[in-house]
Design a protein around this ligand. Sequence first.
Ligand code: MG
Length: 230
Amino acid sequence: MNNGKVQLPGQVKAALIDMDGTLYDSMPNHARAWMRLMQDIGVEAREEEFFLYEGCTGAYIINMMMERQYGRPATDDEKRDLYALKARYFVEQPAVEVMPGAQKLVSALQRKGIRTVLVTGSGQNSLLARLEEDFPGAFPAHLRVTSASVTHGKPAPDPYLKGLELAGVDASEAIAIDNAPLGTRSGHAAGIFTVGVVTGPIDEAELARNGADIVYKSMAECADSLSQLL
Ligand code: MG
């Protein structure tokens, strides 16, 4: 993609932050839940694929897999029922931990008076329901973009544009923080200075190729560096 860099705003008023693989170390569980669903419906897939699709809505992934395996789109009923099943399989996995460094980062942003907004493609209530406990005051209901908020998920700019709207700021006053290529593409396409964070099998170069203006090796490094940068 065209990767003209976006400049870090002189004054950052809002940080738009992804959830899975960024705030929570949830991606391995998501990948395993997806694989269990794929086996149920006879779709051939590899676990690593689901790290690349991260940021897409569940409906999008289900549709893509049905097209690939059976040459037809998923029906609305399939999208709903199969996503519900995947969400159930996700809940049955071992408990998800907060990503190391994420609470430090969010606290630092809050202390600096930077508004934090959640921008996720997820509709996974088991994690959304934990946000207030794990990140007190950071992501109230009116500052959350989820799968229910937009028609076109990441990598379309829509989720991050919606995040700007909720924060009440322009792209030039915000940063986006995301661990997935589709997420960094989405932030970049929204014209936002986009921070890529490596938290799984996707490496720094892949995030840089996909629109990240700066890339950190971990959320802990992101927390330390951004605290100084902002
Ligand atoms: Mg993510």
